[in-house]
Write a protein that binds this ligand. Structure first.
Ligand code: NAP
Length: 231
């Protein structure tokens, strides 16, 4: 077993459930965070089968700080996010991306700092995130990135394009159509520069998970990665 101890927030998500086994394949000790309302019994056995430990912890500052202090991770993966439909179904009021994508990232980073540990933060963000982005989704992700960048901890931020694959719980037609359009345009347009092509090409959870683990665990400077780096 390596010395890597990875705490995965968002372990139950489309990408997170691929990151957990990828980390185990890299010989890391894995603590898969599961919120108490998230069918924890099912995840306990799914993650247990690959040798990960499930930490069932509420998204509450003191509980999260205590869990991080106890598990003492060397790496913290933040793979959290919601959609308007999911947030509505959960009764989340206001801007769902500010509440979850940004709000829980901030809670997690604050809890890491309060725990006194100094792990590397690995944040799953999105292509298109900049300070000037005007959509609510991109703006919340910009604030989440800033929270990570200003933490004083080492970090890695990944900005993938669309992530597609069969193993999703909800249908998300907009993402499927967006990915198909992006993939189709990139396939037929020879005029697009290879770098731009790589940046917008849709990916899969398995490919992205392998890249997050490869870059996240490798020693290196804090940086933003996208395109071919996520292959
Ligand atoms: N999918 C894409 O095409 C794409 C592209 C670029 C970037 N991204 C970004 O990548 C990140 C992960 O994406 P994904 O597709 O893996 O997301 P996902 O499948 O929706 O999973 C998100 C994770 O967030 C947790 N979560 C959602 N709502 C929550 C809430 N109210 N309270 C606590 N936890 C909550 C989920 O826990 P439960 O299982 O308990 O609900 C799950 O572990 C997101 O920030 C997303 O914006 C996605």
């Amino acid at each position: 077993m390596s010395n890597v101890r990875a705490f995965v927030a968002g372990a139950t998500g489309f990408v997170g459930r691929a990151v957990v086994p990828a980390l185990r394949q890299a010989d890391a000790t894995v603590i898969a965070h599961v919120r108490p309302s998230s069918r924890s019994g099912e995840w306990r056995s799914r993650f247990g089968e690959v040798g990960a430990t499930v930490a069932e912890v509420a998204w509450e500052p003191a509980a999260m700080t205590a869990a991080l202090a106890a598990h003492a991770p060397t790496h913290v993966f933040c793979l959290i996010g919601t959609t308007r439909d999911r947030a509505k179904a959960e009764g989340i009021a206001g801007d769902p991306y500010m509440a979850i994508d940004y709000g829980l990232t901030k809670l997690l980073v604050d809890a890491v700092l309060a725990s006194g540990k100094r792990p590397r933060l690995i944040l799953l963000s999105s292509i298109g995130v900049t300070a000037k982005a005007t959509s609510k989704y991109l703006h919340a992700h910009w604030l989440a990135e800033e929270c990570v960048r200003q933490s004083g901890l080492p970090w890695l931020i990944a900005q993938p394009s669309f992530i597609v694959g069969p193993d999703r719980d909800d249908s998300r037609p907009a993402e499927r159509i967006g990915a198909a359009v992006a993939g189709g345009l990139l396939a037929v347009t020879g005029l697009i520069a290879p770098k731009v092509r790589a940046t917008y090409r849709p990916t899969s959870p398995a490919i992205l998970a392998a890249a997050l683990v490869r870059h996240g665990l490798a020693p290196g400077d804090s940086r933003v990665i996208s395109g071919d780096d996520l292959r």
